[in-house]
Write a protein that binds this ligand. Sequence first.
Ligand code: ZN
Length: 94
Amino acid sequence: MIQIICPFCGKRDHSEFSYGGDGEITYPALDANEESWHDAVFLRENIYGRQIETWQHIHGCRSWLLVDRDTKTHEIFSVKLAHLDWHILLEKNR
Ligand SMILES: [Zn+2]
């Protein structure tokens, strides 16, 4: 069972989260050609090992998270907010 530590809610079962996909994709510019967008959206690597993933705490605070996880062992190395501005806001209010 995978448990993810949400920065707002604490440790929760992964069933509270929705997987959002690869967190390291660099999307093309909005005016890029169709082929560039096709490749960015549909051509993904199926990594067997450590990768950065996006997860949304859909049954909690609804935050989007970046989770550094090993797909082979399910070990989670780090969890942080996907939106940097939220992270900065949290740091300022501590
Ligand atoms: Zn949460």
